[in-house]
Design a protein around this ligand. Structure first.
Ligand code: ADP
Length: 536
């Protein structure tokens, strides 16, 4: 017997319709490239989205066409996030930190028909323009200079649209809506294609998975995470759905500019990678009394989080750091470090210990671990294995790519993260499978060593890699960046670690460097460190 509920397609226009009808007065705020603040309401926003959508149709955009963006976080980017899927086309943000070869590869692989480009990013676009086939380029005007010939002006395109002709896409929730490429730290970037349904369900999941209360209409959310990095973790859709105020930092992601925007706009939630938040903490600590923040939650993800960061933000600023784990292939949210009832009865130090784990899977995400011999690992917090996941916003295959090595025979996605899962279901990442250190047959967690090193007062950052060793096959080796004005020797650091780890875990040496090389999305680029070490 079939249920008797409506056939209501979960498509992206339903998200905007809610904001338009219930939160039309709420604001979307942007710091523009010229530093002026732009603000308008969800009402203004919806009208412009409808105009842009119909104008794109007039320009020849059809269902299924890919429309790329090369943009910072701002209101026009948000407009594209909604207008493109609202006509059944696919919005495809490009990572502006990739090199131009990767960018042209991605645009050509995705067959992006139209590109929407920030005027301030035209110099980057010019570097690969001649190697891509996109038929039209729309430039978002941001400076006093004229838009160069051969490009359309975004504002004129929006003005040319007729909102009364807007027909929201509601045919098929399984249709493609959004596209992202993995950052390609190993091999070529791969395309991940989200559907309307996956975007809507993911937006809902984030609403109630953020901290202990979720994202609310009362919240003012500033995503530092770029809109080209895994859809800004889906937060622009979540915020629009809840009617939260959205604040976009434009190109200004340094600690001073962020803090001033937090203060002025009374931001309550922010989200970004640990490096950015470390920068914020250092800035706040330099002048702890003169800040007036309304922040209650900081969503941190993308790479392992140093313990002292959670503790410092909580103790010194009353800000809850919500550690979250995810992947581009997972839209990206997979797990968050929630405080369960059991954990809330524990002391603060135990809570901090848990906060740096990757946490509990969010609703609809199922997890399991598998060891080297192909067996599922027990949930005892000790056995390690590769994490496998499944759920409605998790990839089932890459775009134009038949390879199945990332998928199990029964259709689960293999994350490449080596984890333990404890009896309460808490996941703890011990390593990326490609970064694992195996010494004398025993396995050593580079993440655990890095975290401990970053707990030393003189250490700003640390990355631990495997180096070849005749006797033990591999040994850990640490690269360390010191805090300004601090000094410590390699031997002192190893001694510092010796109280915390078995002897064979201790790095053979710590080498001091100025900065740890990073990927385009701010993660430690360990392959570059391995190359550096090989040249020693
Ligand atoms: P890429 O895989 O291309 O680097 P993603 O942003 O999709 O880009 O990265 C996903 C990977 O990042 C995860 O598989 C995991 O290794 C790492 N990661 C993400 N969040 C966390 C986290 N909270 N703690 C530790 N590692 C994380």
């Amino acid at each position: 017997m079939k249920g008797l509920m409506m056939d209501y397609q979960l498509t992206i226009p339903t998200i905007m319709r809610r904001a338009e009808s219930l939160f039309s007065h709420k604001e979307i705020v942007t710091r523009l490239p010229d530093k002026r603040i732009h603000r308008y309401t969800y009402k203004d926003f919806s009208l412009r989205v409808k105009r842009l959508a119909t104008a794109l149709t007039e320009l020849g955009v059809e269902k299924g066409d890919r429309i790329a963006t090369l943009s910072w976080n701002h209101h026009q980017h948000l407009e594209a996030y909604f207008a493109v899927p609202s006509i059944g086309a696919v919005v495809h943000p490009l990572n502006i930190r990739l090199n131009h070869d990767d960018l042209s590869y991605i645009v050509n692989h995705a067959e992006d028909k139209v590109l929407v480009v920030d005027q301030v990013l035209l110099p980057l676009f010019e570097k690969f323009r001649s190697s891509v086939n996109s038929s039209r380029v729309i430039v978002i005007p941001q400076t006093n200079e004229a838009i160069p010939d051969g490009y359309l002006n975004y504002e004129q395109v929006v003005d040319s649209g007729d909102a009364s002709k807007f027909k929201p896409f509601e045919e098929d929730e399984y249709a493609a809506a959004f596209m992202c490429y993995t950052s390609g730290t190993t091999g070529k970037p791969k395309g991940v294609l989200y559907s309307h349904r996956s975007v809507v369900l993911h937006a809902m999941a984030f609403m109630f998975s953020c901290g202990d209360v979720g994202v609310n209409e009362r919240d003012v959310l500033l995503p530092v995470v770029p809109m080209f990095h895994a859809c800004a973790w889906g937060l622009p859709y979540t915020c629009t759905f809840t009617g939260a105020t959205q604040v976009f930092p434009g190109p200004y992601l340094d600690a001073d500019n962020l803090i001033s925007l937090f203060e002025k706009e009374r931001v309550t939630i922010t989200a970004g990678v640990p490096t950015v938040m470390l920068g914020l903490l250092n800035r706040l600590d330099a002048d702890p009394v003169n800040h007036d923040l309304a922040l209650h939650t900081m969503i941190l993800g993308g790479s392992a989080m140093p313990r002292h960061l959670v503790k410092a933000f909580d103790e010194r600023y009353g800000i809850r750091v919500l550690h979250s784990w995810g992947m581009t292939e997972m839209s990206p949210l997979g797990a968050t470090s929630v405080t369960t009832s059991k954990l809330s009865n524990e002391d603060k130090e135990t809570q901090y210990d848990y906060a740096i784990k990757q946490g509990l899977p969010v609703p609809f995400v199922e997890t399991r671990g598998r060891d080297d011999s192909g067996e599922l690992i027990p949930r005892n917090g000790i056995a390690m294995g590769e994490l496998e996941v499944r759920g409605p916003w998790i990839i089932s295959s890459y775009y134009k790519d038949q390879s199945r090595e990332k998928f199990t025979d029964d259709g689960w996605f293999k994350t490449g993260d080596i984890v333990t899962i404890d009896h309460d279901g808490f996941i703890e990442i011990k390593d990326r499978s490609k970064d694992v250190i195996k010494s004398g047959g025993e396995w050593i967690s580079s993440l655990a060593l890095e975290n401990a090193l970053m707990g030393h007062p003189a250490v700003l950052e640390a990355a631990v890699i495997a180096i070849p060793d005749e006797k033990w096959i591999e040994r850990p080796f640490a690269y360390v960046v010191l805090r300004e004005g601090q000094s410590v020797t390699s031997r002192e650091l190893i001694e510092f670690l010796s109280g915390m780890f078995a002897k064979f875990w201790l790095p053979d040496e710590c080498e001091f460097i100025d900065a740890i090389p990073r990927t385009s999305v701010g993660k430690f680029l360990k392959s570059a460190l391995r190359e550096r070490h090989a040249k020693r």
